[in-house]
Every structure is written in structure tokens, then in C-alpha cells.
Design a protein around this ligand. Structure first.
Ligand SMILES: Cc1cc2nc3c(=O)[nH]c(=O)nc-3n(C[C@H](O)[C@H](O)[C@H](O)COP(=O)(O)OP(=O)(O)OC[C@H]3O[C@@H](n4cnc5c(N)ncnc54)[C@H](O)[C@@H]3O)c2cc1C
Length: 501
């Protein structure tokens, strides 16, 4: 039991986390008549008029203000949301379907049963109506996307406009984050309309279980405070213990926090051993004319010529993100900031080929995430950067500033092509990732999987997972669609088993 809990709740279903997996799970269960409580660690934030990549938004919406390190043989920063709606509030809302080859691999290696490409496609169609998935439908491209598209077409490479979860009928810019149909604007309101309750600022710290049943969970509630602290300053928050009793518990904290919660609760079998990521190398590009990329912050194209191993695309732009990319060689490259209106950010990402781990730091219960870049990742990122350089120089770029210790500047196509021969040293790379998954894979392969083929944790009667951690291995595409389609599939299976469908 939590130490003297100040708040107690009882519910039929507890959903922990309100991101891509949690929100659709909660809405489906509430609409099927279950009493549902959603516990979300982060705050509820009114996003109207707030650009979700400003420094203030990063403090409010991102875990650790946007900087969570992954330990290994090079710097990798992991970015995830911590707010009502989870990472869908801060993402670019690119919407891609699960590639059939991934579905076949998951059936074969992980023993996922009753998962068909056709059935997934039907689920995608259903979710797409709620999320307003659409293309930009405009001839007026943002200049940074237009340059990128022009470069790829000149080379004759396959390039796609990626559909996004966005409304197209906004008065303002369709590129603005405000246009996005994130969870706080779609499935969470649906869940609430169907009677679900939402506890924001509620961090679940432990699942209490005996003989394969979770009896209750404990956590901490953070509430705004009026009191002053010991030093006489106004206190921002006070915290109190919370205890929640539930018949069924769905853990939806994302690929890192879900294994942290399970492992902290003593549930460890095949949990946190199979982390997959898409490592990403960012590049700032300088053009001759002003692009004003800050007005059209969201990118819309991906080069698919080298997919599934390598994807090239445009990154969200702010002067702050530009400075971060240049900061790898700040002494040499800071002058470039003067030309920020002529610059844009792009990336080369690869389907990481290694497996990482998630463990828990004793005492503080923080995540310790490890991933070592493999030789194959190193090669793919080097080729990716070379190919990205080809597109950008063909699109009119004058100089490229990669997030590398060296080379700090790429001045020509010839310099880019050298990276095809001589890969960049791993230790020189400064990488980010916004795609993590597979820490609790689903399937019938008992040796590898943490849950059955529908997200029910092995050895438990009433504990389920419904988020990125279930995806058996890297899908090679932006994962929000896959997470939501799998969560919907699995929760429907739960309802069917309970005779509620
Ligand atoms: C900057 C960025 C850009 C991205 N762009 C795209 C894109 O364009 N397209 C795409 O497909 N994907 C994109 N992604 C990835 C995508 O958003 C995530 O993969 C997806 O949202 C993960 O869903 P999830 O349900 O697993 O976790 P999340 O959506 O991250 O939600 C998990 C929630 O659980 C909460 N939580 C965690 N632990 C606890 C706890 N113990 N107690 C209570 N609450 C808890 C968290 O605070 C969080 O709100 C992007 C991600 C980022 C960060």
C-alpha cells in the first residue's frame, strides 16, 4: 500500500499514460461501457496558440525539458512528451501505415498471431477519420520543403509527401502545430465524453500484485500550491500519495517509461531488453535566399529511395533548434546563425539494427537507457548524410552544417560523396531519436516476448500494455500509426473476450 495515501480512487479500468496508445485504449473502453480512469504524469496544457517547440512549451510538454540521454558509444538524445496526449502533442503528426514486410517479420520471429495486413488497414482507415489524416493540398510549398523536393526530383529519387494528422480547414497555416489532431483534441475528449475520468499530474510509481493479479497501484499527485516553502518562496506544487484500485490495468507510458514502471514493480521477464530506435543525424543547410523556415515549422516530405534502411527528410525549424545543431562546433559555426533566415534543418535517419536496454536507477527510479550504435548503423548514417547532401546541393544549398564533431562543414557534393567511402567515426556523431519501441514485445515466442499477441502481460490475469513498447521490432516508418492501430486491435480483442463487443 502507498504510505498513507491522501487520495483513493476505484475504477474498473485504469489506463496509465494518455499518449498514442493510452488515449485510443481509454476511449474504446469507455465507449464500450467500462468505467475508466486515465492517470497521466504530465500536465493538461491548453495548446491553442502555443507553438509546441518553443522553450516554454518544451518545459511544459516534454520529459526533462526535451533532453533525455541514451548511453552508449556516442551521444544520442531521446525526446518524448510528458503531458496529456503524450508525444502526439509535440510530434510532427506524420502518418504512415505499418509496412507489410514488418508484419510478416513479426509473425515469423515473434510468433504474433492473428495479425493481418488487411485487418490493420481497416483499423488505419477507421482511425484516419478521427485524426483527419490529409495531405497539404496546396501548390504553395514551404520554401524548405520546395528546395528539398526540387533536389530529389532533379536526382530522380523517390520522394513522398507524407500525410499528416491535421485539419486542413484552419484559418491560419496548415503547417502550424495548432493544426494538429493530437490525442488531446481527439481520443481523450472522446474518452471523457463517454464518462472516463482524467487525473493529470499523476505519476504512477508502482503496480502492486500477487499471484498474477494487480490489486492496486500507487503513485504521486502533483497539484499547484498556494503555500510558501521553507525559504518563504511561493511553492509551485505540493505532492501527495495516491492509491488506485482497478480490475484491469493498461500500462501505456511509452517505450521507455512502461518498462521503468514494470521493472520498478518487480515485473522483469523480457521487459526492457529489446529497445529499438531510429537514430537520426541532423543537418543545417544554408541557401542563397531567405526561406523563413520558422513560419512553416513542420516539414512534409521524405525521400524513400533508400528506405527501409535510410530515410531522409526535413526537421522542425526554430532558431533555437538551429543553434542546437550548430552547437556541435559552436566556435567555428556560430557565425552561421547570422544567416538563420536562409537556413533550414533536415535529417538522415536509419532503422537502427542494434538492440538496447531500459533499466531503472535504484532509489530515484529514473530510466537508464542504453543503445550502442552498430557498424551497420554507422554505415547507414554516413551514407544517409552523403545522400542528404546530394539532395540539398541539388536543391541549391551552399553549405551544410552536420551535427558532427568533424567534419563541421560540408562545402560540396564531392565532400559528401567521400562519406560513402569512409564512414564517419561513431564517436564524432551527435544523434537524436524521437522513435523508440519494442521494449516489451508482443507475440507467442515465449523466449522473446513480454506479452501475448494482444498485449496481455505473461503471467498476469489483468495487466496489459498498449503503447510503443509492444511493437516487436523497428517498423522502419514513423510509428504513431502502428501504435494506434495495434492498440485498437488489442483493446477490441479484450472487449471480445469479455463479451463486450
Ligand atoms: C518530437 C517528436 C516528433 C515525432 N514525430 C512523429 C511523427 O511525425 N509521426 C509519428 O508517427 N511519430 C512521431 N513521433 C513518435 C510518436 O509521437 C510516438 O512514437 C508515440 O506518440 C508513442 O506513443 P506511446 O503511447 O507509446 O507514448 P506517448 O505518446 O509518449 O505517451 C506516453 C504517456 O504516458 C505518460 N506516462 C509515462 N509514464 C507514466 C507513469 N508512470 N504514470 C503516468 N503517466 C505516465 C507520459 O507522460 C506520456 O504522456 C515523434 C515523437 C517526438 C517526440
Amino acid at each position: 500500500m502507498a504510505n498513507n495515501p491522501r487520495h483513493k480512487f476505484t475504477t474498473q479500468v485504469l489506463v496509465i499514460g494518455s499518449g498514442a496508445g493510452g488515449a485510443i485504449t481509454a476511449a474504446t473502453l469507455a465507449e464500450a461501457g467500462y468505467s475508466v480512469l486515465i492517470a497521466e504524469e504530465g500536465p493538461e496544457v491548453n495548446l491553442s496558440g502555443m507553438a509546441t517547440h518553443t522553450p516554454r512549451a518544451m518545459q511544459l510538454l516534454y520529459r526533462n525539458g526535451g533532453l533525455s540521454p541514451i548511453l552508449g558509444n556516442t551521444n544520442i538524445a531521446f525526446v518524448e512528451g510528458c503531458c496529456v496526449g503524450g508525444s502526439t502533442e509535440i510530434n510532427s503528426a506524420f502518418w504512415l501505415h505499418t509496412p507489410p514486410e514488418a508484419v510478416h517479420r513479426w509473425q515469423k520471429i515473434y510468433g504474433v498471431r492473428d495479425l493481418s495486413v488487411e485487418a490493420l488497414e481497416l483499423l488505419f482507415k477507421e482511425i484516419e477519420i478521427e485524426l483527419g489524416i490529409s495531405f497539404l493540398n496546396s501548390d504553395e510549398l514551404p520554401p524548405s520543403s520546395a528546395r528539398f523536393k526540387y533536389g530529389a526530383e532533379k536526382l530522380g529519387w523517390l520522394i513522398e509527401e507524407v500525410p499528416r494528422a491535421q485539419t486542413t480547414n484552419l484559418g491560419g497555416s496548415a503547417y502550424a502545430p495548432d493544426a494538429k489532431r493530437s490525442m488531446s483534441r481527439t481520443y481523450i475528449p472522446r474518452a471523457l465524453r463517454a464518462g472516463a475520468r482524467l487525473l493529470s499530474n499523476c505519476h504512477i510509481t508502482r503496480l502492486h500484485h500477487r499471484r498474477g493479479r494487480v490489486s492496486h497501484v500507487s503513485g504521486v499527485l502533483k497539484r499547484p500550491a498556494r503555500e510558501r516553502n521553507l525559504w518563504g518562496r511561493p511553492q509551485r506544487y505540493y505532492t501527495s500519495n495516491v492509491l488506485i484500485e482497478a480490475e484491469f490495468v493498461f500500462v501505456c507510458g511509452g517505450a521507455i517509461q512502461t518498462p521503468v514502471l514494470l521493472r520498478s514493480s518487480g515485473i522483469k521477464r523480457n521487459i526492457g531488453n529489446n529497445l529499438r530506435i531510429h537514430p537520426m543525424l541532423k543537418v543545417a543547410a544554408l541557401f542563397d535566399e531567405p526561406l523563413d523556415s520558422h513560419h512553416t515549422a513542420l516539414p512534409i516530405y521524405q525521400v524513400k529511395e533508400f528506405w527501409p534502411d535510410i530515410t531522409l527528410g526535413g526537421s522542425v525549424f526554430t532558431p533555437g533548434f538551429l543553434a542546437l545543431t550548430l552547437s556541435e562546433n559552436w566556435t567555428e559555426n556560430q557565425e552561421a546563425m547570422r544567416n538563420w533566415r536562409q537556413m533550414a534543418l533536415y535529417y538522415a535517419a536509419c532503422r537502427g539494427s542494434n538492440q538496447g536496454t531500459v533499466r531503472v536507477f535504484p532509489f530515484t527510479h529514473e530510466a537508464i537507457v542504453r543503445y550502442r550504435l552498430s557498424r551497420q548503423d554507422q554505415r547507414n548514417l554516413s551514407i544517409g548524410l552523403a545522400r542528404l547532401g546530394e539532395v540539398l546541393f541539388a536543391g541549391g544549398a551552399r553549405k551544410l552544417y552536420p551535427a558532427l564533431q568533424a567534419p563541421s562543414v560540408l562545402n560540396s557534393l564531392a565532400e559528401c560523396r567521400m562519406l560513402l567511402e569512409k564512414p564517419i567515426p561513431i564517436s564524432a556523431m551527435s544523434l537524436t531519436t524521437v522513435h523508440a519501441f519494442s521494449t516489451c514485445p508482443m507475440g507467442e515466442n515465449d523466449a522473446l516476448c513480454a506479452t501475448d499477441s494482444f498485449g496481455k502481460v505473461y503471467g498476469f490475469e489483468n495487466l496489459y500494455i498498449a503503447d510503443a513498447s509492444l511493437i516487436p521490432d523497428s517498423p522502419g516508418v514513423n510509428p504513431q500509426g502502428t501504435i494506434m492501430a495495434l492498440a485498437l486491435r488489442n483493446v477490441r480483442h479484450f472487449l471480445e473476450e469479455k463479451g463486450r463487443l
